[in-house]
Design a protein around this ligand. Structure first.
Ligand code: GDP
Length: 296
């Protein structure tokens, strides 16, 4: 995972600063420049990096730090905290409760891993004792329903969809109603990721969301899309109330920066990451352990 490279580069910058005999403005400046380069290289949006550096400089005011202060520790802590802040929008996302019907709608571009992730999410909760169900509201892509059906069958999860119906709103509403009646407590609505025109896709998402009134909308993004992440996440957020992010393909060449940008664009936390094609290659995402691990 290229994300590890980012962690390595930041750790090395901090180590170099730590090894300096005296920590002055020059040493701090070099350290922050190296961290800036590492973040930019990992596809984090420039404005975010700039703000992060400004915050660190404000916290670590070398002139004001009396001789007794452990400057190294203060700088390391500031970098750690700022990285956590970038990943944490400050409000937790909705979490489904057992025995109480929750509707979770998935959005994201085709190829992001949305359908795979719907099943992973359902399977994860099924193992925790939930009664999940999957609804395929993607009527645009031929084969979407088959894919969801196959995944759901493998995991023994009930599913709903249609080969004939072309109205995604109708299918979504019917599916949700059916599974509410069947006392499912986690109804997952998979949606389309492609359209003839982008505007039509976002309008469709808005309609499905309005008709099903989801408790949570999850934006799924491919972890390797880099600098495009911010605009993509923002476009979905403008159409539907995105409340959480899942980043997929973190086992591949994902640089990780895209995830930071998606958090900033949607003001929503990353809740899981996908680490492979299989059903159980799915991890809960927690900011602090993640950043700790990142920095080694
Ligand atoms: P959708 O078009 O957004 O519904 O995407 P799919 O669920 O069909 O996934 C697109 C491709 O990405 C498939 O080949 C999946 O197996 C693969 N995929 C999804 N999530 C992951 C992941 O976390 N890691 C890897 N390596 N592949 C993934």
């Amino acid at each position: 995972m290229v994300l590890a490279e980012l962690g390595g580069s930041i750790s090395r910058a901090l180590q170099k600063m730590s090894n300096a005999t005296i920590i002055d403005e020059k040493v701090l400046g070099e350290c922050l420049n190296e961290i800036t380069r590492a973040l930019m290289h990992a596809d984090v949006k420039f404005e975010m990096v700039r703000d992060m550096m400004a915050n660190i400089k404000r916290i670590v005011n070398l002139e004001d730090l009396a001789a007794g202060h452990n400057k190294r520790r203060i700088i390391q802590q500031a970098v750690f905290n700022e990285l956590c802040k970038m990943m944490d929008p400050g409000k937790p996302s909705f979490t489904p409760k057992k025995g109480k019907p929750s509707i979770v709608m998935f959005v994201g571009l085709q190829g992001s891993g949305k359908t795979t992730t719907c099943t992973k999410y359902a399977y994860y909760h099924q193992r925790k004792g939930f009664k999940p169900a999957l609804v395929c509201a993607d009527t645009f892509r031929a084969g979407a329903f088959d894919q969801l059906k196959q995944n759901a069958t493998k995991a023994n999860i009930p599913f709903y969809g249609s080969y004939m119906e072309s109205d995604p709103v109708k299918i979504a509403v019917e599916g949700v109603e059916r599974f509410k009646k069947e006392n499912c407590d986690l109804i997952i609505v998979d949606t389309s990721g492609r359209h003839m025109q982008e505007a039509a896709l976002f309008e469709e998402m808005r309609q499905v969301s309005e008709a099903t009134r989801p408790d949570l909308v999850i934006f799924v993004m491919d972890g390797s899309i880099g600098q495009m992440a911010f605009a993509q996440a923002q476009a979905f957020k403008q159409s539907v109330p995105v409340g959480a992010v899942i980043v997929t393909k973190m086992d591949g060449h994902a640089k990780g920066g895209g995830a930071l940008s998606a958090v900033a664009a949607t003001k929503s936390p990353v809740i899981f990451i996908g680490t492979g094609e299989h059903m159980d290659e799915f991890e809960v995402f927690d900011v602090k352990p993640f950043v700790s691990r990142l920095l080694g």
